[in-house]
Design a protein around this ligand. Sequence first.
Ligand SMILES: Nc1ncnc2c1ncn2[C@@H]1O[C@H](COP(=O)(O)OP(=O)(O)O)[C@@H](O)[C@H]1O
Ligand SMILES: Cc1ncc(COP(=O)(O)OP(=O)(O)O)c(N)n1
Length: 273
Amino acid sequence: MHIVTTIAGSDSGGGAGIQADLKTFQELKVFGTSVITALTAQNTLGVYDVLSIDPSFIEKQFYALLEDFSISAIKTGMLFSADVIQTIANIMADLDIPLIIDPVMIAKGGESLLQQQAIEALRCYLLPLATVIMPNIPEAEVLTGKKIDTPASIKQAAHTLLQLGARCVVMKGGHLSDKKFATDYVFFKDGRSFSMQTARIATNNTHGTGCTFSAALTAFIGSNLPIDQAILEAKKFIQLAITHDLSIGNGYGPTNHFAYHKYKGFCEVIIHE
Ligand SMILES: Nc1ncnc2c1ncn2[C@@H]1O[C@H](COP(=O)(O)OP(=O)(O)O)[C@@H](O)[C@H]1O
Ligand SMILES: Cc1ncc(COP(=O)(O)OP(=O)(O)O)c(N)n1
């Protein structure tokens, strides 16, 4: 049994954060463990409040896992403050475990999940430790300080993130204006790149898409799948979770974490090398 860890915030609404990650891990048959960085009072309509966890307690959670488990992959989600990022980076720097970073900044409803002062800490301390960083377009714009709206600017931004130390960048295209396709762009340090294109689903039930995608990638990397295959399977996982979305709540509903096993033979992803 492979053991993986999510370091993220709790979403009381169950569609994003720790809850989405653990559901995804369970579906992909890896044993999920967690380090909780913050609690959110949240549902599909929005984030009403955030309670941060003291970094010293975050450290205790992390060391409790490291003492007892052989962890095969770790992902980060909502980290909230510079202190938390510094704490996680200090511990990660001494580990030889693949790190998947979802640089969560803003919730669907517009609420901030990362303090402004934390952006520099993310760029300087955590990003250089990333096996894979998977920003959405607005997050990549914040991290690189450049507008991203053309294929050339996507490539340029990914190269900036690779230069900052990440080994692989998955630039998620959910926020691009393409009405027909949802295309993600993958770039490696060795110069290889490819894109993954799926049909864009007309739905508002996209709460937690980034969390679910990065959790699936963590599960596949933690199960020793080669990285290209892990990225492709994770894209299938999120595509099927959005296609078979759940109408739960009255706002941006969650994705369907059960869909992959039922429908995985029926997901077309077009790859462009
Ligand atoms: N409406 C959609 N239909 C299909 N895939 C989508 C849709 N919206 C987002 N995605 C996919 O979901 C994943 C998360 O994308 P994105 O929305 O960019 O990130 P985030 O959830 O972090 O804001 C990506 O693989 C993206 O292509
Ligand atoms: C606790 C918590 N963590 C992360 C998010 C944001 O998740 P994401 O997958 O980026 O999804 P949306 O915010 O786009 O729905 C969150 N809302 N809560």
